[in-house]
Design a protein around this ligand. Structure first.
Ligand code: ADP
Length: 614
């Protein structure tokens, strides 16, 4: 709040500095001083050596400086004064003055009336004197001896009425004098104002005031005039170089707080003279209202002497925050109190709740981030481990056929095979092992190609029954020597498929290969192909190790190998099923597994018929 106020006051300072550079009556508008509701609450004063101007041109109760009034030439009255003072011949003096009363010159007329009244009093004719003074007061003209003739006339009437003890008339006259002073009817200097006000009040007496009026005007107009007087004194000292030509001050004048801010040089000074009402309406309300509405607080300002300048100064028990004038860099101490302690406490609770809520959310976020990092690191570690397993499995897969190839070719090359029949067997074995190697290399390369999406897919119409049978028979031949049998059950009229022959064959081969690999005891595997709802289902069934339920989803992931397979010491790369799933998915098919540890597994490839996939 202090910062917002400082900003606001910097704006005022800037405007004053501008005004001191080039006085501009429009600036009163910029300060919001042209509005009628802030009458007598603030003004801008521009001071130059021997000159004072106020914006807007308000009427002050008194002015520290007034232009010299136009007065009649003194020698006009010389003959009358000669009779009056030297000769003490009041009748002839009155006659001289009376003649001058009808003069065309206002100042002469006013001077003549004052003198006529005076001489009539001396001549012991107070009633005529009263009439003359009334005439002068009502004409509202001219200056006499630097004083307003009207003021002079009213005071003279009061003195006479007092002497004549005409109380009601005196009251009436004194009130006219007093209210004229209150309403700043006449341009007066401070001393003159104070003198006449004191006199009027003496004649009125406090209980004689008309109803609805009081001695001290609530709008503090007197304070404003006094503040301008104070400013003028300050200006004298600035001109003497005693006081700096820029500053601000919060004063307590004539029972009212007034704020002065001045900017300029020794040649010209612009100043804002403001009472709390103006500051509140024009400067503070927009800031304070926003803060009050948002935070349910109230603002009070107190000057250095501890007078409340604005708002109500709360006692020490209230929930409050204080900024001294030094801290706030403002001419006041700021006090911010809660409008309603209940609301304040509720707000504080709400803030506390938000704070803790935010903290909890941040902690949760940090935990979630930590968890995500740990998870991704452990996933990376797992993958690295799986890759390690893969490398050793692949090396082993290569090593076995390579060792056979080396051994057989060595025997043949050295002529150490005794019979033709044996030699022929070795050649078959050589071919089998090299095909195995070829398949292995191809499947790894294929996997890689498939992963990067570089594998070409040659779609063609396929006879599903023929394809399944061909792959199954070839596989049966392959494993016959190892003691395995393949049961083939293919339905007669299967619909045709649309797929890549080579890829689909490899998928079926992989399933068969797994069925054999993971069935060390029961050496019969079964291949079935059937049709349901225009979809072809190819099933490969074994009665081998089976797969734990918890691992049945994971076996399709790259490099993953089930615990049962590892425990039984069966080697593998963990790529086969991943590849099968990719291939099947490419033809909008699905791959399922049903398995029970110890009872065996059934893998099912389900593909749409050629009609359906078109
Ligand atoms: P690999 O057989 O080379 O390890 P796969 O991707 O073909 O890789 O298979 C992944 C895993 O799924 C295997 O390691 C094995 O644990 C399990 N698995 C696959 N087929 C069978 C099956 N017919 N019987 C039991 N387990 C199997």
């Amino acid at each position: 709040m202090a910062v917002a106020l400082q900003d606001k006051f910097s704006d005022v300072e800037e405007q004053l500095t501008g005004l001191a550079g080039s006085p501009d009556s429009n600036l009163a508008e910029a300060f919001g001083l042209d509005k009628s509701e802030i009458d007598n609450e603030a003004l801008i004063a521009v001071l130059e050596p021997g000159k004072l101007e106020a914006y807007p041109p308000v009427s002050l109760r008194y002015y520290p400086l007034l232009p010299a009034p136009a007065e009649a030439k003194a020698d006009v009255f010389a003959p009358g004064e000669y009779d009056e003072f030297r000769q003490k011949d009041y009748a002839s003096a009155a006659a001289v003055y009376e003649k001058l009363v009808s003069s065309a010159d206002e100042a002469t007329r006013a001077g003549a009336l004052v003198r006529l009244g005076r001489v009539l009093r001396k001549a012991n004719d107070p009633h005529s004197a009263l009439d003359v003074y009334r005439q002068l007061a009502e004409s509202g003209i001219g200056f006499v001896d630097g004083l307003l003739a009207e003021l002079l006339a009213r005071r003279a009437r009061c003195v006479l009425l007092d002497e004549l003890n005409q109380v009601p008339e005196l009251q009436n006259e004194a009130h006219l004098l007093w209210s004229g002073l209150q309403n700043a009817k006449w341009p007066l200097t401070p001393g003159v104002y104070r003198f006449y006000e004191k006199e009027a009040l003496l004649w009125l007496g406090s209980d004689q005031l008309p109803p609805g009026t009081s001695f001290v005007q609530p709008n503090g107009a007197l304070a404003l005039a006094a503040a301008v007087e104070e400013l003028w004194r300050l200006w004298q000292r600035i001109q003497q170089g005693v006081v700096r030509p820029s500053g601000q001050r919060s004063l307590w004048i004539e029972g009212f707080p007034v704020f002065l801010m001045w900017r300029g040089s020794q040649d010209r000074l612009a100043a804002l003279v403001a009472q709390p009402g103006y500051l509140e309406k024009e400067l503070l309300t927009p800031i304070v209202q926003r803060i009050v509405e948002q935070q349910g607080v109230r603002l009070a300002l107190a000057d250095v002497e501890g007078h409340a300048f604005l708002g109500e100064w709360a006692d020490g028990n209230a929930q409050q925050a204080l900024r001294t004038s030094v801290q706030a860099q403002l001419p006041w101490t700021l006090q911010v109190t809660s409008i309603d302690p209940g609301t304040f406490m509720a707000k504080m609770k709400e803030r506390r709740r938000l704070f803790w809520g935010g903290l909890a959310a941040m902690a949760a976020l940090a935990l979630a981030a930590g968890y995500a990092i740990v998870r991704s690191v452990s996933r990376e570690l797992k993958l690295a481990r799986l890759q390690g397993d893969f490398v050793s499995a692949v090396s082993h897969e290569f090593r076995t056929p390579l060792a056979s190839l080396c051994h057989l070719s060595e025997l043949l090359a050295e002529g150490r095979v005794p019979t033709d029949q044996r030699r022929q067997e070795y050649y078959y074995a050589l071919r089998r092992e090299s095909e195995r190697l070829h398949r292995l290399v191809e499947s790894i390369l294929d996997f890689r190609r498939m992963e990067v999406g570089a594998r070409e897919c040659r779609l063609e119409g396929l006879d599903a029954a023929a394809l399944v049978r061909a792959v199954a028979e070839e596989f049966a031949q392959e494993v016959r020597d190892r003691g395995y049998a393949v049961e083939i059950q293919v339905e007669e009229f299967l619909p045709r498929l649309r797929a890549d022959r080579e890829a689909l064959s490899r998928a079926i081969w992989n399933l068969l290969d797994n069925a054999v690999k993971y069935s060390p005891d029961c050496r019969t595997v079964r291949v079935q192909a059937s049709c349901t709802d225009d979809r072809v289902a190819i099933r490969v069934r074994d009665h081998g190790l089976g797969i734990a339920r918890s691992e049945q989803e994971q076996i399709f992931k790259k490099f993953f190998r089930a615990s049962g397979a590892k425990a039984a010491g069966v080697r593998g790369t963990g790529l086969g099923l991943t590849m099968v799933r990719h291939i099947v998915a490419a033809y909008e098919g699905q791959l399922h597994v049903e398995s029970r540890p110890g009872a065996g597994s059934t893998f099912t490839i389900s593909l749409p018929s050629e009609r359906d996939s078109e």
